[in-house]
Design a protein around this ligand. Structure first.
Ligand code: SF4
Length: 325
């Protein structure tokens, strides 16, 4: 049974120990955000289609849930999870197989479709991207599929927020000089007020981005943005993710395979990978050498070392399903 769609668990401040599900094959998205940590979008689309069999996803997640303790199972692919037309079935199957809450991280661009909203209703937690409500900035920052319209996207997100009974979170990525002004904060804050999320997170491009121009704004500007949004939503309902999560990973048996599957979704911090590998008796140097043979390299970004695909060097292979289990 190939379980390359399941990775981690990875520790997340927002969710706890999270087992990741990459329910897509390849970098498939409706956006190609300049800050994307999974690299540029290879297949841009807005039509939904089938990827993995929901039963297979559930069996793979259940097998991981049995061997390591997790708090939540999160659909967090290297693209937009709602492009999977079987997502609703996969969410229900995973919930039943693992007995854990299920979270989905979505860019929200397809929530104007009724079937997408319905598919997400069974998720316990949904995090929706709201980087901007300005058409010009949206095109520059999120680089959407040409057939998407921002007014429709925002209306879809608002419609979902009115009918969803689970925990709604929002995530706003701030990029220096692009969407970080007080004026943007006022517009986004007003929209978030309409959504009334359980919590609004402000994140920063701290991992290697698709476009090297995507940098975090200076701290003063982030703070000013935060205050404007907090004025709208109220104290304790907005949080800035100033730093990356502590680099905590739990490996089971095949460390290289597990890192490989994680790196398809986001760069992995070398420090945490080495620490977890040492617990399995593998030293950091040997780990880096083995990763290099598999096409993974170490790069520095904002003073941190990350394991990333040389995919970006070997896109043909990276577009595939990765190594089989
Ligand atoms: S950040 Fe998310 S929405 Fe943007 S391109 Fe990457 S996967 Fe798609």
């Amino acid at each position: 049974m190939s379980c390359s769609m399941v990775f981690g668990p990875v520790y997340s401040r927002r969710l706890g120990w999270s087992l990741g599900v990459n329910n897509l094959v390849g970098k498939v998205c409706s956006y190609s955000c300049m800050y994307c940590q999974a690299g540029p979008t290879v297949e841009m689309r807005i039509e939904r289609r089938k990827f993995y069999d929901p039963g297979l996803i559930a069996r793979c997640a259940a097998s991981s849930c049995k061997s390591v303790n997790v708090d939540v199972v999160t659909f967090v692919p290297n693209g937009e999870p709602t492009l999977d037309s079987l997502l609703g079935r996969a969410i229900r199957a995973v919930k039943e197989a693992c007995g854990k809450p299920v979270a989905v991280l979505t860019n929200g661009s397809l929530l104007w479709m009724e079937d997408v909203r319905e598919d997400l209703m069974d998720a316990d937690i949904v995090s929706v991207k709201v980087d901007t409500v300005s058409e010009e900035t949206w095109r520059r920052l999120n680089r959407p599929h040409p057939l998407l319209r921002l007014d429709r996207v925002l209306e879809g997100i608002a419609e979902f927020s009115r009918s969803y009974n689970g925990r709604l979170l929002t995530e706003t990525m701030l990029v220096d000089g692009v969407n970080d002004s007080v004026e943007h904060a006022r517009m986004v804050g007003s929209f978030l007020g309409e959504l009334s999320p359980y919590k609004a997170y402000i994140s920063l491009p701290l991992r290697p981005p698709a476009d090297p121009r995507a940098r975090p704004p200076p701290p003063g500007r982030i703070l000013a943005y935060y205050k404007v949004v907090e004025d709208v939503l109220g104290s304790g309902r907005v949080e800035v993710l100033w730093e990356l999560e502590p680099p905590s990973y739990k490996f089971k048996d095949d460390i290289i395979h597990e890192i490989f599957n994680m790196v398809r979704v986001h760069p992995v911090r070398l420090e945490g990978a080495c620490r977890a590998a040492r617990e399995k008796g593998v030293d950091c140097e040997s780990l880096v050498e083995s990763l290099r043979r598999e096409g993974l390299i170490v790069v520095e970004h904002e003073g941190e070392k990350f394991i990333v695909p040389s995919a970006r060097l070997l896109p043909g292979r990276w577009r595939g399903e990765g190594r089989s289990a």
